[in-house]
Design a protein around this ligand. Structure first.
Ligand code: FRU
Length: 467
């Protein structure tokens, strides 16, 4: 589609749809969501010239996975975001079926530069992919510089989601890939410039990469140093559920190890978030040295068809901004400290589960100290259930009406729940595990006690959150 025609359609979609989307009772109070249309992966997360920039996969014209470009917001505090001009729209032949996910860097001249996947699909069902550059044009937009990397030999058309960084000497890039015999891999490239890349090889994945049979495709890789170790986050597709693990259609997890610039020696794969909706996260290191992360509170192809927000013309949201840290050799996550500023007046309840009078919850921060066995209801559609050793998050599926559960180990430590009008993010044992989910409780939901040991003592601190 011609750029001017596309832009016209985006403007029309925004003018016609923005007020309707904002009037949805399930619209987040402070989480990021697209003004209209479909949002998926966080892209290009970076602190540049004193502002945080976050881009996101965006279909500005509807709630389906089509017309993918990059939306753009910026902020000084990770919470109050300013909309910026749309960064990328799929207008060129090398990106005809989407400007897919990627990352952002400050280039050698300090210019904000995007590297993303141009996705091209053919009528026979096959596809190809190009890794492409775009550079800030000084007027809030981005000028496309075209493709800088074709498909490597031996790989299918599924090679995408470049995450690029500089190691002080050279540029490095990891790419998600699917081999011709359907093994998911993460490919490493090196470059002397952002448009001159050389393949080093696969550094993790399925098959020959050391994890055995572990998925046919790995999406959205992100490799970074944290403390003494390196972490690779990625999203393997095609892993069957095993007990309480891998319950979603696609997984998102981390590997920890040591990266010597060429090889990544790593341990086992662990899920990054054990909830229903969490995918394609992206991290950046900010000027305070923190490793920050946003994830998409959604999953491709799962629970999307009938989300109750679709009649309001929008779908999906981001997670809260999270900080990654190590605790006892385990990768942990906590909401960023900036979130404290959204807290209103504190309410504390200390007593037995049976005495809990309930609370109206809209958008809130809850700290829970729990013991014994019991549960708390969030509206009538989600329940947090605790028992020695385990936390379960149950919810009623809005599509099928069935109850479904995601589960996490629990060492008995504090649980923090951030809830917004249609999302729950539970941080268990001070962030050792997280369980995230969308939920659609309707208007004026109550937090109330559920089944359990009535005599079990609970301590609940509650703060309303408002941006
Ligand atoms: C992950 C993903 C990426 C791709 C993008 C397209 O959710 O499938 O691999 O680049 O979404 O929107």
């Amino acid at each position: 589609m011609k750029e001017s025609h596309f832009l016209n359609q985006v403007v029309r979609s925004l003018l016609a749809g923005q007020l309707k989307a904002a009037a949805d009772p399930h619209r987040p109070r402070w989480h990021l969501a697209a003004p209209v249309g479909l949002l998926n992966d966080p892209n290009g997360f970076i602190e540049h010239d004193g502002r945080y920039h976050l881009f996101y996969q965006w279909n500005p014209l509807g709630c389906e996975h089509r017309n993918k470009g990059w939306g753009h917001v910026s902020s000084t505090d990770l919470l109050h975001w300013q909309h910026e001009p749309v960064a990328l729209l799929p207008t060129e032949a090398y990106e005809s079926h989407g400007c897919y996910s990627g990352s952002a860097v400050s280039d050698e001249q300090g210019r904000l530069t995007l590297i993303y996947t141009g996705n091209v699909k053919y009528p026979d069902g096959s596809r190809t992919a190009y890794q492409c550059l775009a550079r800030a044009d000084g007027e809030g937009g981005f000028a496309k510089l075209g493709s800088v990397l074709d498909l490597p030999q031996g790989y299918s058309g599924h090679v995408r989601d470049p995450k690029v960084w500089h190691d002080g000497q050279q540029w490095l890039m990891v790419l998600g890939a699917r081999t011709l015999d359907d093994k998911g891999e993460v490919l490493l490239y090196r470059g002397d410039a952002l448009d001159a890349w050389t393949l080093v090889g696969p550094i993790a994945g399925s098959g020959r990469c050391g994890l055995g049979e572990f998925g046919y495709m790995w999406e959205c890789p992100d490799l970074f140093a944290l403390g003494e170790c390196h972490v690779l986050i990625s999203c393997p597709q095609g892993i069957a559920p095993m007990g309480e693990d891998y319950r979603n259609l696609y997984q998102c997890g981390w590997l920890a190890g040591s990266f010597d610039g060429t090889h990544f020696a790593h341990g086992a794969f662990h899920e990054l978030d054990r909830g229903f909706e969490f995918y394609a996260p992206q991290t950046t290191q900010d000027s305070q040295g923190r490793r920050l992360l946003f994830g998409w509170l959604g999953l491709p192809e799962e629970n999307e068809m009938s989300q109750p927000t679709i009649p309001y013309g929008w779908i999906h949201q981001m997670s809260c901004p999270r900080e990654l840290f190590w605790q006892d050799e385990w990768l942990c996550q906590r909401p960023v400290a900036e979130l404290e500023a959204l807290k209103g007046e504190q309410t504390r309840f200390e007593g037995t589960l049976g005495e809990f009078p309930g609370l109206a919850i809209d958008s809130a921060w809850l700290d829970l100290d729990l013991c014994g066995e019991g549960s708390l209801w969030f509206g009538a559609v989600a329940e947090l259930v605790w028992q020695p050793g385990r936390i379960n998050l149950r919810r009623q599926n809005w599509q099928s009406g069935e109850w479904e559960t995601r589960s996490s180990p629990w060492a008995g430590g504090r649980i923090t729940v951030l809830c917004d009008r249609s999302s729950l993010e539970c941080f268990i044992d001070e962030g050792r595990q997280s369980l995230s989910a969308r939920y659609f409780p309707g208007e004026k939901p109550q937090l109330s006690s559920g089944n359990g040991d009535d005599g079990c003592k609970i301590c609940l601190d509650y703060w309303p959150l408002a941006a």
